[in-house]
Design a binder for this molecule. Structure first.
Ligand SMILES: NC(=O)c1ccc[n+]([C@@H]2O[C@H](COP(=O)([O-])OP(=O)(O)OC[C@H]3O[C@@H](n4cnc5c(N)ncnc54)[C@H](OP(=O)(O)O)[C@@H]3O)[C@@H](O)[C@H]2O)c1
Length: 298
């Protein structure tokens, strides 16, 4: 049986559904009744747990063969990132070891690394280290942006492109991203669950890496809208981001601005680790955007 943490989230809902559809028995960890409701109709056992509560993790991990760890946050103070993502993963690793769990699949993110300074990426790196030093067989997945119709950043991008009189592109729009479709990511998780031993992090991106300017152009093309672009310099976006941070869920945070200013969010190994995992054909960017545009209200 497999424990999936962060099961109520965008990726979690797809991963639980995908594993269950494949005949795998899944225990889905959620925090609240609202989280549980997100999995209504999906064949899985529900367990309540919070990564900051080690006792709840011990109960959740009991009897599990594998854990897929998806919990993360996108906003909060540096201390909150540390508590939930870094220490939280440490708590989970402890619980896994106590319960004799044989494999851990950790969802990290492109950008995690020893030199990371943004709290999110620093916490992801700490989580990777906790899993790597656990003594338990493991796989670490590092996706770029994950696109889908029912969560992640894309629905928000589509709304902005559809409704805003101008399309705000933050910074020069020259940094690149490599969105991967949610079904492909769920497939990657399944392959990582079934793999054996431990290896270096698997970098996951879709078939195309594009600049932010190009991404917004393609989004508007998929929607059939023709709004002008307005480039917002990073320095000018900082003030509004500081304001948004006080109204969670924030439209934009200063940490996210730093991520946008940072290096490209694309795979650095030419797709080698992704192919090694056995992930074959991937949904192309235009197809991703067409799917998502079709799910928008007319
Ligand atoms: N979406 C992307 O584009 C993307 C890109 C790269 C990497 N990733 C990674 O993929 C994973 C899943 O992302 P997502 O997009 O599905 O995020 P999400 O929708 O925000 O889901 C996050 C999940 O974590 C849970 N969670 C938060 N704090 C928790 C805590 N203290 N204890 C237990 N559970 C807690 C949330 O539960 P509640 O529902 O109760 O809040 C939710 O189920 C994350 O590790 C993320 O960093 C995502």
């Amino acid at each position: 049986m497999i424990l999936v943490t962060g099961a109520s989230g965008f990726v979690g809902r797809h991963v639980v559904r995908d594993l269950a559809a494949d005949g795998t028995r899944v225990r889905a960890m959620v925090r609240t009744a609202r989280g549980a409701a997100m999995l209504e109709g999906v064949e899985c056992e529900l367990v309540r747990g919070d990564v900051t509560d080690p006792a709840s993790l011990r109960a959740a991990a009991r009897g599990m063969r594998t854990i897929v760890h998806l919990v993360a946050i996108v906003e909060g103070s540096p201390a909150t990132f540390e508590r939930v993502m870094a220490a939280g993963t440490g708590n989970l690793v402890e619980a896994a070891r106590e319960s004799g769990v044989r494999r851990i699949v950790l969802m990290s993110a492109l950008g995690a690394g020893p030199g990371a300074t943004v709290p999110f990426f620093r916490a992801k790196w700490a989580a990777e280290q906790a899993v790597a030093s656990s003594g338990v067989d493991h796989a670490v997945l590092r996706p770029s942006f994950v696109f889908g119709t029912d969560g992640g950043a894309l629905p928000r991008f589509l709304r902005i492109a559809r409704l805003a009189p101008v399309t705000p592109v933050i910074g020069p729009g020259t940094q690149r991203v490599q969105p991967i479709w949610i079904d492909d990511l769920a497939r990657a998780v399944r392959l990582a669950v079934d793999a054996e031993g431990s290896g270096p992090p698997v970098e996951l991106g879709g078939p195309e890496a594009v600049t932010w300017s190009e991404l917004w152009r393609r989004i508007k093309l998929a929607l059939g809208t023709r709004r002008p672009v307005l480039h917002v310099p990073f320095w000018l976006a900082r003030g509004p981001a500081a304001l948004f941070e006080r109204m969670p869920p924030a439209l934009l945070t200063r940490d996210q601005l730093r991520m946008l200013e940072g290096p490209d969010n694309v795979v650095t190994d030419g797709g080698a680790s992704l192919r090694r995992l056995g992930l074959g054909d991937l949904v192309g960017l235009d197809e991703q955007l067409r799917h998502a545009a079709a799910s928008q209200p007319r």
